[in-house]
Design a protein around this ligand. Structure first.
Ligand code: ADP
Ligand code: MG
Length: 534
């Protein structure tokens, strides 16, 4: 209040402000709600969520990041938690539920310390120490993986797919994924790189998941442009173009004043000549397939067909790039300087489930391949695609880092044990924070158990005693409720899935803990919103 008892407004009208404890608690609550929402989907026995958007479209999924993206969360702190899932998705491609559930639990246990009067700065310091130490502990615990460890790679894929929509066909899918990986992986000395985008995943309704296939090349959602062209070409020599095969409109518009019919005829003759010369150049190159990023003139189509050359037009730029990597072609930007042609054993138009698609298959040394996902309903193929993406992400992360760990909460239990021991070396308050951090990791075994209808406390106790006895790979068999050796049971995950999840979950928890003031401006006035930027 000022001297004359008038309130002083430092914020615009309509702003909302939460301060101190209340701000902090509201943020923690929001983050916990997000974690709680997707917790039931964790693990092989996790349930799915059905999401219905404003248009009534339905998604049925078990994938953490997909659920959170679709939920359109508004609360700012909750949004920060959703960001963790997105980061996890970008960095690894799997483990999104784990990351979010961990963040919720870090905050829940931090809240207890706040209740005990421990300052947020002390908690965040302890969390930071614990997060760093976790990276070291997990790295030392992990085992090596090489590209030649094919059984391990299959196990990673199987683990990613356990209990998901792909459950029944996971053996078949894992083999396809391994094949795909072997084609597109880059090995440079001891460095292995697997670009997730180099395995294209297409989906088509119809048949069963077991009919999902690997295509050694690319499938284009396109038709052959002219009905007179062959539907199939063997020994394909492929020309990729990013220029139109037509005479530009503007050239024709360019102030042509025709005063008598003979001029018109000569103009048309001239145009025809130009179009003919386009096709002659293509035919001379030896190409029998043309993929063009732009349009193809009707007359050019007709002439190509006469030369038995297949063509597709308006192929997406991204597909042209992938075709180049699959077939070894160079993309040409001028008909006078045609780049190297690509090679594929077969290019053909195939009708799959009422849709025509062009297959470019049996490429010699493809650096991009395609997995064509089949399945009975749209929801099935969508979910299978997501699960395959998870598996590819896991394999990519495992090979890049070269390290794997056992799943089924084995790594978490070992981490808890090591962190508790480490905590003993720290002074009082930090020790409490590190212990709270370690305790938070229990949420993973507990949730895996709970989702499988098991008693979480019993499971945790049994796991603890196994690890205390030195069974460092002891995890929970969610199907039997018994403790198992997760490594021997081939439940294998990339190290990165855990290190990344812990890194981003703790980072967001710390960030939320440090916020003591939330200032939200009111709705922006409509007029200023509509103003263009410049
Ligand atoms: P996320 O989005 O975090 O990947 P998932 O639903 O895929 O969530 O569940 C991953 C968890 O399930 C991991 O903790 C993993 O170790 C565990 N898990 C996977 N397969 C098994 C299995 N066969 N037995 C027990 N736990 C498993
Ligand atoms: Mg997963």
């Amino acid at each position: 209040m000022s001297d004359n008892n008038q309130p002083i407004y430092i914020l615009p009208e309509g702003s909302k402000r939460d301060q101190g404890k209340s701000a902090q608690r509201l943020n923690i609550m929001a983050a916990k709600i997000v974690a709680e929402t997707i917790r039931t989907t964790l693990g092989p026995m996790g349930m799915d969520k059905m999401l219905v958007d404003t248009l009534g479209d339905v998604i049925v999924t078990n994938d953490g990041v997909t659920i959170l993206k679709e939920m359109q969360i508004e609360h700012p702190a909750a949004k920060m938690v959703v960001e963790i899932a997105k980061t996890q998705e970008d960095e690894v491609g799997d483990g999104t539920t784990t990351a979010v559930v961990l963040a919720g639990e870090f905050l829940k246990n931090a809240e207890k310390l706040l209740d005990d009067g421990i300052h947020p700065t002390v908690i965040t310091k302890g969390f930071r120490i614990a997060a760093d130490e976790s990276q070291r502990i997990l790295k030392a615990y992990a085992k090596d993986i090489k590209l030649s460890d094919e059984d391990l790679i299959l196990s990673i894929a199987n683990t990613a797919m356990t209990g998901k929509g792909a459950e029944f066909d996971r053996e078949h899918l894992s083999k396809i994924i391994l094949e795909a990986v072997k084609f597109v992986v880059n090995v440079d000395g001891t460095k292995v790189d697997l670009n997730r985008d180099s395995i294209k995943i297409e989906k088509r309704l119809g048949d069963g998941v077991e009919d999902t296939e690997l295509v050694r090349g690319i499938i284009l959602d396109k038709e052959i442009v002219h009905s007179g062209m062959p539907k199939k070409v063997k020994d394909a020599k492929i020309l990729l173009l990013d220029i139109p095969l037509e005479i530009k409109e503007t050239e024709i518009d360019a102030k042509i004043q025709i005063t008598d019919p003979s001029q018109l005829q000569s103009f048309l003759d001239n145009e025809e000549k130009m179009l003919k010369s386009i096709v002659t150049k293509i035919a001379n190159s030896g190409a029998n397939v043309v993929f063009c990023q732009k349009g193809i003139d009707d007359y050019v189509q007709h002439l190509l067909a006469k030369n038995n050359i297949i063509a597709a037009r308006r192929v997406k730029r991204s597909d042209i790039e992938k075709l180049a990597l699959s077939t070894g072609a160079q993309v040409s930007s001028s008909l006078d300087e045609l780049g190297k042609l690509g090679i594929a054993e077969v290019v053909e138009e195939v009708r799959v489930a009422d849709d025509d698609m062009i297959y470019v298959r049996e490429c010699k040394n493809p650096k991009v391949v395609t997995i064509l996902v089949r399945g009975g309903t749209e929801h099935v193929v969508d979910e299978i695609k997501r699960v395959i993406e998870d598996a590819i992400g896991d394999i990519s992360a495992a090979l890049k880092v070269g390290k794997v760990i056992p799943g089924a909460a084995a790594s978490e239990m070992e981490l808890i044990k090591a962190l508790e021991k480490f905590a003993q070396t720290l002074p009082g308050r930090e020790q409490l924070a590190v212990k709270a951090f370690a305790k938070s990791l229990e949420i993973i075994p507990k949730t895996l158990a709970e989702n499988a209808g098991l008693d979480p406390i019993d499971v945790l106790t049994e796991l603890k005693s196994a690890h205390d006895k030195g069974e460092i790979h002891a995890g929970i068999n969610v199907f039997t409720g018994k403790v198992m050796d997760a490594w021997k049971e081939d439940v294998i995950e990339p190290l990165k899935i855990k290190t990344q999840a812990i890194k981003s979950a703790s980072a967001v928890a710390m960030m939320i803990l440090r916020i003591d003031d939330v200032i939200a401006s009111g709705e922006a006035p409509q007029s200023s919103k509509d103003q263009p930027e410049d």
